[in-house]
Design a protein around this ligand. Sequence first.
Ligand SMILES: Cc1cc2nc3c(=O)[nH]c(=O)nc-3n(C[C@H](O)[C@H](O)[C@H](O)COP(=O)(O)O)c2cc1C
Ligand SMILES: CC(C)CC(=O)C(=O)O
Length: 370
Amino acid sequence: MTQTRTGQSFTGTDYQRLARELVDPDVWDFIEGGAEAERTVAANLAAFDRVRLRPRVLAGVSEVDTSVELFGTRYATPLGVAPTAYHRLVDAEGEVATARGAGAAGALFVVGMFASRTLEEIAEASSSELWIQLYWLRRRDVMAALLRRAERCGYGAVMLTVDVPRMGRRWRDMRNGFAIGGDVAAVNIDAGVMASAHERAAGGSALVRHTAQQFDAGVTWDDLAWLRAQTRLPLVLKGILTAEDARLAVRHGADAIVVSNHGGRQLDGAVASLDVLAEVADAAGGRPVLFDGGVRRGVDALAALALGARMVLLGRPPLWGLAAGGADGVAGLLRTTTEELAHAMALAGRPTLGDLDRSVVRMSTIAGGA
Ligand SMILES: Cc1cc2nc3c(=O)[nH]c(=O)nc-3n(C[C@H](O)[C@H](O)[C@H](O)COP(=O)(O)O)c2cc1C
Ligand SMILES: CC(C)CC(=O)C(=O)O
């Protein structure tokens, strides 16, 4: 489903509205929710609301090119699908449908460690680039085995998420006693490692208990050498919010970083991703910087690309598309948002992504921007 009854394309908010009607309320809370008072969820969106743009005119915009290159692969769109867990919570085909949708839009899909379809099934269904996302588990053998499989079926990079030493306190999930239910499971991982994610208990989130048991909160920068030694794939660190950590990431061999506060699901009160993007990009030593957090429209992507992002990832919106219309919904969401971006590029007088720099954004409208 990608069109309204009057034949107009759905926008992101149309998919969100439809998805809300279709998705189980506890799952909806899991998707939409954030940590504690959800201040950072709100801050991510508010940061984009504050942005004001500086359009240029007579720039020759009859052709607009949204294509971008990263690690030797060219994508039709700089929008990609951020890693999110358990897509079968909202669609029977799960990540297989997401892969078809992302492929149809020419977009990168970062497959979550807790995907609910196998890495091989997802690769089979995909016509564009896939990356694999990892959390640092106590069981390093599980991480290494996943990497081997991802390499075998052609995944192009590994994205290590570094902002979950423990799970954020997400009150919606805790009050709902949220657990991964039905026949949905993280099928790529040893069932014993995942068991506690399925144990429902009143007054607590199974995901909090699972993370506390299975994630290794003790890892430090020095441990990255172990991961580096496991694979020749590019290593991307997701969850960087400061210049200090960007410099450390580069020093410890990261090939790219993702400016992200995990969609406001981890440290509540953390800065909006957009507000620190320029600072982090300056510290990244020329490594590609990706971005996520609160991108809902093409014009939001325009601002993030202008402030230093090579690629912009969407977390919740593809799940709305998936819930509302399966693979077509994911493709529709990505295409509509890419069209919005192209439209904004034309009206801003910047017909290629290479034309996007900080002069596009009035920096005083970014918190911390001069
Ligand atoms: C339902 C859900 C599940 C998520 N699961 C993961 C995950 O497994 N791994 C990960 O690195 N990030 C995960 N994230 C965070 C996203 O990758 C991303 O950082 C965030 O959603 C971006 O913000 P946005 O939703 O405003 O686009 C999840 C986010 C949501 C909403
Ligand atoms: C199952 C969780 C570990 C996935 C996640 O990172 C999230 O919900 O934000």
